[in-house]
Design a protein around this ligand. Structure first.
Ligand code: HEC
Ligand code: HEC
Length: 221
């Protein structure tokens, strides 16, 4: 009887310790991801630079744009934002406004501005009535058409991740019209800057209805 009680206490203590250590691990993982989102730039300087550089006028003071065609940056990986700015500068990605806006930014400017936006509260959409077609493509892809599941790269709810040298951007909660335009651009080959052309290959196989449904669903995550 005593022994059983003692054993139960032991289990209780072990269980408690396990929960505590799991919580610590989750917290550490969270901190690691938060640090990855900010990268090596200085977010305080980045805030000033993004204000002076007029980025906030379009992308929002907290990184949430109020125009459906202008992407949110809130919680986006700094390394992804910086890569895009670099691509606008080199011509690997072309856009009438952003090509001009990115022109004069130094590597430090890109990292600092990225750090500021990456550290903002994560973009969050309002859940919309998800079409099963979109949910299925997002989670399972379509092996028959070589469409890989979006979630396999862009992670749960499309909140992005870093693996090796590749940054998979946050797409969950991104502006709907922006998402749709990027998928169309990848499909038509008007945007070509993803590593190994991966997004072109995926978007090529998507129909216009599927793109519409995916943009709708993902913007609500
Ligand atoms: C007049 C509005 C406007 C201003 C000002 C502006 N942007 Fe943009 N930005 C846009 C639009 C529109 C796009 C979407 C481009 C596209 O459709 O390809 C964009 C896209 C981007 C992207 C790519 C985001 C992604 O998810 O791929 C980055 C990074 C960016 N802007 C950073 C900046 C920075 C940094 C500044 C300030 C130096 C800035 N922008 C100023 C309108 C603006
Ligand atoms: C094999 C990995 C992979 C898969 C699977 C994948 N993506 Fe991507 N996606 C990427 C990478 C990498 C980028 C960043 C490209 C760059 O650096 O410019 C990207 C970028 C994007 C962007 C542009 C985001 C922005 O802010 O401009 C959209 C939209 C997108 N993906 C949607 C999707 C959808 C929808 C699916 C599923 C049908 C999907 N992706 C599946 C790797 C993937």
């Amino acid at each position: 009887m005593r022994l059983a009680h003692w054993k139960r206490s032991c289990f209780f203590i072990a269980g408690f310790a396990l929960i505590v250590s799991m919580k610590t691990m989750a917290a550490e993982q969270g901190t690691e991801i938060a640090a990855q989102r900010i990268g090596y730039g200085n977010p305080v300087i980045g805030k000033e630079k993004s204000e002076q550089g007029r980025c906030q006028e379009c992308h929002g003071a907290e990184g949430n744009s109020s125009n459906d065609k202008i992407p949110n940056h809130a919680g986006q990986y700094a390394a992804y934002l910086s890569k895009q700015l670099n691509d606008f500068q080199s011509g690997a990605r072309v856009h009438e406004i952003m090509t001009i806006m990115a022109e004069d930014l130094s590597a430090a400017d890109r990292a600092d501005i990225g750090a500021y936006f990456g550290g903002r509260k994560m973009m969050q959409g309002e859940a919309v009535g998800a079409k099963p077609l979109a949910v299925n493509l997002f989670i399972n892809g379509d092996p028959a058409r070589n469409i890989l599941p979006c979630v396999s790269c862009h992670s749960d709810n499309g909140k992005g991740r870093v693996a090796g040298n590749v940054v998979y951007p946050v797409i969950g909660g991104q502006r709907k019209i922006y998402l749709r335009s990027q998928l169309v651009n990848w499909k038509l080959g008007e945007r070509n800057n993803s590593p190994g052309g991966v997004m072109n290959k995926i978007a090529e196989s998507l129909s216009d209805d599927e793109i519409e449904a995916l943009a709708d669903y993902i913007s609500g995550l």
